[in-house]
Ligand binder design. Structure first.
Ligand code: AKB
Length: 314
């Protein structure tokens, strides 16, 4: 990768991905784009362009001006928002993706976009969901993600676009809070723990979902994009995860840093329904074998990092 165009750069992943790519490749080699300008934060004052991914002509124009060799298409609505606004979700998630893929095809650009554990559904094996398995999701987000995985494979097989993707679990970060996801509780719990010593979870006790620390997620994107194409049997998209956890497990880890931390529950039926339709855990062995995926953070190490970083900001 030498010149990278990022869509959805102000989102939870996009923000940290842009910062890390700029550290490696240089500020002017990474163009951040989003639908709004950065009002604050690490992307303010650096190369940036407003781009609505639903506007194909503007996307091609941006690619023609910047001449990227890689597009990282991060712009998307997350699972809970997709359930609230299914048609807008289709428009942004699928319309934006096909525009980005067409731009990559027309200009010969390498392509990354994230998929999600949301691409699985109730008929997927609940434990250690394999790389290749049943994918019949019941949420709009899941429908978008499965269709997106297939579309990226189609662009690779039919047009030779070098498309690659990861099925992300919930991503935990202290830099930018997520919005509209089902796994967001696992970020909020840390911020609330430091602020008030208690948290009310909208996800019920004993509901397991996969999670990963953002640093590991960003490293995985870069590692996959730099992997030798000949080593990749799968492309869109690889299972990646670092832990399978439920709210009580995170609370017990937090308590080691914040004695007396209190967790209670007020379950949101929409987000709980989405969580129940996803696997409890996924199998990451193909990512390990094909391009060396190896996360560094387990729950204990991630919790220490999160609490220390949030305390430093307070
Ligand atoms: C969400 O909860 O919607 C996302 C995801 C797992 O894709 N964090």
């Amino acid at each position: 990768m030498e010149r990278i165009l990022i869509t959805g750069a102000l989102g939870q992943i996009g923000t940290e991905l842009t910062v890390k790519l700029r550290e490696i490749y240089g500020d002017d080699k990474v163009l951040a784009t989003d639908i709004n300008e950065p009002a604050e934060g690490p992307l303010k004052g650096k190369p940036f362009k407003i781009l609505d991914v639903r506007r194909y002509d503007e996307m091609v124009e941006t690619a023609d001006e910047f001449k990227p060799d890689t597009i990282m298409h991060m712009a998307a609505l997350l699972s809970a928002t997709c359930e609230e606004k299914p048609l807008i979700a289709w428009d942004i998630n699928m319309g934006g993706l096909v525009n980005a893929l067409e731009t990559a095809r027309k200009r010969g650009i390498k392509f990354f976009t994230p998929s999600s554990i949301g691409a699985f559904g109730p008929s997927t094996p609940k434990k250690d969901a394999p790389q290749t398995t049943i994918q019949r999701p019941t949420s709009m987000y899941g429908v978008n993600k499965v269709a997106g995985e297939l579309l990226c494979d189609y662009y690779f097989k039919k047009f030779g676009v070098d498309t690659r993707g990861l099925r992300f679990p919930g991503l935990i970060s202290h830099v930018k809070e997520p919005g509209g996801g089902t796994t967001d509780y696992a970020v909020e719990i840390y911020f609330e723990a430091v602020k008030s010593g208690k948290y009310t979870s909208y996800i019920g006790e004993g509901t397991y979902m996969d999670m990963m620390y953002m640093d590991d997620a960003i490293d995985a994107v870069i590692q996959l994009m730099e992997a030798d194409a000949e080593d990749l049997i799968d492309r869109n998209a690889f299972n990646v995860s670092a832990m399978s956890v439920e709210p009580g497990m995170i609370a017990r880890e937090i308590e080691k840093h914040i004695p007396g931390f209190e967790l209670d529950y007020d379950v949101d039926p929409v987000r709980q329904g989405i969580a129940d339709s996803w696997p409890d855990s996924i199998d990451t062995s193909e990512a390990e074998k094909q391009w060396g995926f190896r996360p560094k953070y387990d729950l204990e190490k991630m919790t220490t990092e999160m609490i220390n970083a949030i305390r430093d900001k307070a």
